[in-house]
Design a binder for this molecule. Structure first.
Ligand SMILES: Cc1cc2nc3c(=O)[nH]c(=O)nc-3n(C[C@H](O)[C@H](O)[C@H](O)COP(=O)(O)OP(=O)(O)OC[C@H]3O[C@@H](n4cnc5c(N)ncnc54)[C@H](O)[C@@H]3O)c2cc1C
Length: 381
């Protein structure tokens, strides 16, 4: 049982699911946590681990519950939010787009090699000029020429894109003005991905600025069931819940680091855990973790019951990442000076929390999604 799981939410997983979680946790503790700070500091992706993720045999997701998928996102972020993001982009955003918007033939063609990590995926929606307003402001164009499409434009922030084999690119069809999805090979002519340097969060994730200049994509590689931005939004509805779970994972890690430190660190001749104000910080952290976990568990139940709407995932993403930001700040405060050196890992979680807070819709944008649902009034512009 995890230290921060006071209400034993993990017991809601079946025995088989719990075994998967333990296997993944063991892998993360043995292989990912020990190298996380080093790769983060060097902004270097640990390619040697990719095959080991494949060996976990979890990316296919057929038949797994939303609770299990969410819990795995939690475990990954508890170890390293960068690697959780690598996995979320590949197995959630990229594979999810193909699962939800691809024809049966396209799913059969791409899902197995992606589940085996033989082909790595990326998801290219955001643009240099289009972030929050990407639904209306998406400028990358797709022009049909016979059995091919020609893509032109630019994308920004695209995770995994420097080494991805398959990039799901969202572009506007100049004929009907609708956003459509294309699976673009990473080595195709006219496609370039330049790593974004000098990040202060998720440094291990290889985010890229992409340019598309006359990139030719066969009609067979256009996602056959993506007809408008509504279909893109449906993918994001699924993956936003994953970010809420990641936020819980980051909170759990911060809480565990702070709790352990409070018992070891001595001041005024006693462990700082003996001070009421220190206990207050720890209990506030635990309260946030518990509320966020409970919300995510219910979210997973709604997903599996088919009663899951945009506002459910938007509120969970906004709420959990906001609580996460408080938790990592309190944990950092508890470690004081040692909270700002990478050696104690909390500094990495503090920095990474900033990226989770902003990606897959900022707090403001997710708030507007919920606001529109509860009032019936769109306040986007
Ligand atoms: C580390 C990282 C990884 C990412 N990975 C990917 C990826 O793999 N693929 C991908 O497609 N994208 C990715 N993104 C992009 C991410 O989704 C965007 O950064 C995010 O949607 C916000 O867009 P923006 O940064 O352009 O901010 P902007 O949209 O420019 O927002 C700036 C500020 O204005 C606020 N704002 C904007 N509109 C409104 C409004 N109507 N009302 C109130 N406030 C508003 C925002 O909330 C924000 O505070 C990633 C981003 C990061 C940082």
């Amino acid at each position: 049982m995890l230290a921060g799981d006071l209400y034993a939410f993990q017991d809601l997983l079946s025995e088989d699911e719990s075994a998967v979680v333990r296997r993944v946790r063991d892998f993360l503790e043995a292989e990912v946590s020990p190298i996380a700070n080093d790769h983060w500091q060097r902004a270097d992706f640990p390619h040697h681990l990719v095959k080991k993720y494949a060996d976990l045999d979890i990316a296919d997701r057929r038949g797994s519950s939303s609770l299990l998928n969410g819990w795995l996102a939690l475990e990954m972020a508890r170890s390293d939010a960068s690697m959780a993001t690598f996995y979320g982009v590949h197995a959630g955003l990229a594979m999810g787009s193909i699962r939800m918007c691809g024809s049966p033939e396209q799913q059969a063609r791409w899902i197995p090699p992606m589940a085996a990590f033989d082909k790595i995926g990326a998801f290219a929606l955001t643009e240099p000029t289009g972030g929050s307003d990407v639904a209306a402001g998406l400028r990358t164009t797709a022009r049909r020429e016979g059995d091919e499409w020609v893509l032109d434009g630019a994308k920004r922030w695209i995770g995994n894109a420097t080494f991805a084999d398959l990039v799901v690119v969202w572009a506007r069809d100049v004929a009907d003005d609708q956003v459509k999805g294309f699976v673009v090979r990473g080595d195709v002519a006219g496609f370039t991905a330049k790593k974004i340097e000098n990040k202060i969060a998720l440094r291990t994730v290889q985010n890229a600025d992409i340019t598309l200049e006359g990139v030719r994509v066969p009609e067979a590689d256009r996602l056959q069931n993506a007809h408008s931005f509504k279909d893109t939004a449906a993918v994001l509805r699924q993956t936003r819940s994953g970010v809420a779970w990641q936020a819980v994972g980051v909170m759990l890690a911060a809480y565990e680091i702070a709790l352990a430190y409070s018992k070891e660190r001595q001041q005024f001749g006693r462990p700082i855990a003996k001070f009421q104000l220190v206990q207050d910080l720890l209990v506030r952290m635990l309260g946030n973790v518990t509320a966020a976990m409970g919300l995510c568990v219910r979210l997973a139940q709604l997903q599996d019951a088919g009663r899951y709407r945009d506002e459910h995932s938007a509120l969970a993403k906004a709420y959990c990442t906001t609580r996460m930001r408080e938790v990592v700040g309190w944990a950092r405060e508890l470690l004081a000076g040692n909270g700002i050196v990478l050696d104690y890992a909390i500094g990495r979680f503090v920095a990474d929390a900033e990226a989770l807070y902003s990606y897959e819709g900022t707090r403001e944008i997710n708030t507007l999604i919920v606001g529109r649902a509860i009032t019936g009034e769109s306040a986007f512009v």
